[in-house]
Design a protein around this ligand. Sequence first.
Ligand code: FMN
Length: 197
Amino acid sequence: MALRVLGINGSMREGSHSARALGVVLESARERGAETRMLDLRVVDLPMYRPDVLPETESVRFATEAVNWAGAYVLASPDYHGSMSGAMKNFLDFYWTEFAGKLFAYLCASHEKGFTAMDQMRTAVRQCYGWSLPYGVSFNGKEDFDADGSVTNVVVARRLRMVARDLVVYGALIGEQLNHDLSGDDPDTFAARYRRQ
Ligand SMILES: Cc1cc2nc3c(=O)[nH]c(=O)nc-3n(C[C@H](O)[C@H](O)[C@H](O)COP(=O)(O)O)c2cc1C
C-alpha cells in the first residue's frame, strides 16, 4: 500500500511560504508513489485545545480523520519568535498516541534558518514517541521564492525534494516495522503499549 503523507500548514497568512514549500514536498512525494493530503490550518481553523472539554467541532473531526489516515507527516511552520506558530502548536496539542511510531519531517519559513522553531516541533513529536528525519529545511520567503510563490533557490528546491524522497523511503520502512510490532507480541518494543487489546 502507498505511504499516506499528511502535510500540515501552520501559517495563517494568505500566500504563505510555508504552505508553498509544503506543496512542493507533497507533489514530489506523489511522484515517488505516496498518497498525500494537506491539512491547512488557515482553512481548517481549529478551536483552541481544551483538555477538559474536548471541542467536538466539524474542524476537529476533519483534522482527526486526516491525522488517523496518515502514516507520515510534514509539519510546515513559520518562525514566530524563534518558535513554531501558535496554530501549529495548538494542532499538535490535540494528538498524542496518533503520532506514536510514525515519521515526521519539518519545514520552516524563517529569516534566521528556523533551527529553534524546527527543534521545538521535533521535541513535541519526540514527546509523542514519533520518529523524525534527522534534518529539516528552512527558506526565506523573500529570497527563495518569486512573486508567484514558486521556489527559485535551487538549493532549497533540491532539499525539499530530498525531504519527500527520504520521507517516502524511510516512512515506508518504519511503517512496515511499526505494523509488524503492533500485530506481534514482543513486549520489548515501545510499540507494545500502542497495541489494541
Ligand atoms: C509574530 C511574528 C513573529 C516572527 N518572528 C520571527 C523570528 O523570530 N524569526 C524570523 O526569522 N522571522 C520571524 N517572523 C517572520 C516570519 O517567520 C516570516 O515572515 C515567514 O516567512 C512567515 O511564514 P509564512 O510565509 O509561511 O507565513 C515573525 C513573524 C511574525 C508575524
